[in-house]
Design a protein around this ligand. Structure first.
Ligand code: FE
Ligand code: CA
Length: 535
């Protein structure tokens, strides 16, 4: 009877655990862990004005998820980011915040107090509201007698506003060990309205695994403290901090925020206990929330975190930020490069999950925007490469070709519903790509439905190089590819009613300080056509 009672109130993952034969005692422990995530009520134990022996704002400040009324401002108190608890007392601490119209913070427009609690790693997420649409603002925090750096954020134009232009950067894959974040200096000079981070914000690997220029702390991360410290280490980079402080970001994750090539609750390694894997996922997701400027809707519930969401930049662009990891079915064909076979075309294969897919389609039908942008993780372009003596092209099963049925359906949907100007933004594969997407990219004469811009890694992989030896053969075999390059960098996009411009910004090197950024290519779209034009 008790079991029945738990079953009826249980969240779906708990129910799954129960069906896996997890004991009631373990289940209750798990439920208690979920309940430990605090509400935002004022705790009686708060310390109003702690005296910090060193600066608690070691991770800087950030803003994110803007709309036309406001945005999230974020910080995390950690005077000793690599000590247990970040060097904070195990108590809630009051943090004051201010929003101003000017950089010197003299015209304060709004202020308030928020609690930083030990349950959430003393992170602070303030959802500022009631601001004017389409304006830049400044913000800062105070805790005790310590003062944070000043950050800059902006609201979006009202959803029905006739916005003239938006500029944004697209970044992804910033392995700490493999390269420096010099590219963020150029990005800051570009002064974009927004940044999209498409995942692999951290890597979970142990120290030295990819060691080229600097080293992770500790082993492969697993516990909540491990994930917190890894985020703290990445966020200690002054160039990354400065970029976060300069404009709002929309972040989404890929696999390495948790575990390489994970799919829902399936590890890339065989034989991992699903219970241990879900506990690890809960740790990873909580630390991610704590580290990112996310709204309260993304507060984790055990091993669940609502990350997919959309934003309107007036009538100019609708951004759909997707989560291609949390809900996906396992990669088919043992995640090995394979032909697009029955397993990949199986209608049960899903990258998005039924709920997110329905939400996306609904949003696309309802969109009144000129450009409809899918900001997501893995490549949609179906790029086949031969393997050994076998001339039949093989495709990555971790990318959309492993979910080819759903991908083709989505393309068909964009075509049938005449969704205006769909554009896909992608990360993950540590190289630059521009692809023209069809329902089936192997049918070269079919109409092009959308353009895809794949951002290279910011640092992952080290310096890289421009072209590999198989470049010409790859292009000849895959006419959907319009551009490809394997250096480090990011995308700089500028969008008006009439045109879309993507600059592929690349670094000459990222393994030593002083790397130089250049524009390797500029590719454009005219509104009304998905055919990519090069300068
Ligand atoms: Fe990566
Ligand atoms: Ca990845």
């Amino acid at each position: 009877m008790r079991a029945h009672r738990y079953d009826s109130v249980m969240d779906p993952t708990l129910r799954d655990l129960y069906q896996l034969g997890v004991s009631r005692r373990e289940l209750l422990a798990h439920a208690a862990a979920l309940a430990a995530i605090p509400t935002l009520d004022r705790a009686a134990t708060s310390m109003i004005a702690p005296a910090f022996r060193s600066d608690p704002f070691t991770m800087g400040v950030a803003s994110g998820d803007p709309d036309h009324l406001g945005f999230v401002i974020w910080t995390r108190l950690a005077p000793e980011p690599f000590a247990a608890g970040g060097g904070m007392p195990p108590k809630a601490v009051e943090v004051r915040w201010e929003i101003a119209a000017d950089e010197s913070m003299s015209k304060v427009l709004a202020r308030g107090t928020e609690l930083a609690t030990p349950q959430l790693g003393h992170s602070v997420h303030v959802e500022v509201e009631g601001l004017q649409a389409d304006r830049w603002y400044y913000y800062r925090f105070r805790a005790g007698d310590a003062e944070s750096p000043i950050g800059r954020a902006r609201t979006l134009p009202a959803p029905d506003a006739d916005a003239a232009q938006v500029t944004f950067a697209v970044t992804t894959c910033q392995n700490w060990e493999q390269g420096l974040y010099t590219a963020y200096e150029q990005m800051r000079r570009d002064a974009p309205d927004l940044v999209f981070h498409l995942g692999d914000y951290i890597y979970e690997y142990e120290a030295g695994r990819n060691g080229k220029v600097r080293t992770h702390h500790g082993g492969e991360i697993d516990s909540l403290e491990d994930y917190r410290m890894r985020h703290a280490q990445y966020r200690s980079d002054p160039l990354l901090q400065a970029m976060h402080a300069s404009c709002p970001w929309f972040v989404t994750w890929d696999d390495h925020e948790f575990d390489n090539n994970c799919a829902d609750r399936v590890s890339e390694q065989a034989g991992v206990d699903p219970r241990a894997f879900l506990t690890r996922r809960q740790n990873a997701y909580q630390a991610y929330y704590e580290a990112m400027p996310l709204r309260r809707r993304s507060l984790p519930r055990g091993p669940h975190l609502q990350l997919y969401r959309k934003a309107s930049f007036g009538r100019l662009a609708e951004f759909f930020v997707l989560d291609g990891r949390q809900y996906r079915t396992n990669q088919p064909n043992n995640d090995r490069r394979s032909p697009i076979n029955e397993a990949a075309l199986d209608p049960r294969q899903t990258m998005l999950g039924a709920e997110q897919r329905a939400w996306l389609k609904q949003g696309l039908i309802g969109s009144r925007a000129r450009w409809n942008v899918l900001a997501q993780q893995v490549m949609m372009g179906m790029v086949g490469v031969p393997s050994g003596d076998d001339p039949a092209p093989r495709y990555s099963m971790d990318q959309w070709p492993g979910y080819a049925g759903e991908r083709m359906q989505l393309m068909q949907f964009l075509k049938d519903r005449r969704v205006p100007n769909p554009v896909v933004l992608t990360g993950d594969i540590h190289s630059n790509w521009c692809n023209e997407l069809r329902v089936d990219d192997r049918r070269h004469d079919d109409p092009v439905i959308a353009a895809e811009f794949v951002a290279t890694s910011l640092s992952s992989g080290g310096n890289g190089y421009d072209r590999h030896s198989g470049y010409d053969a790859m292009l000849a075999a895959n006419p959907c590819v319009k551009f490809h390059n394997r250096q480090r960098g990011y995308l700089r996009c500028s969008v008006t009613k009439h045109s879309w411009t993507t600059d592929f910004v690349v670094m000459d090197q990222v393994e030593k300080p002083g790397g130089e950024a250049t524009r390797r290519a500029r590719l454009t779209l005219e509104a009304g056509s998905a055919l990519v034009q090069s300068d």
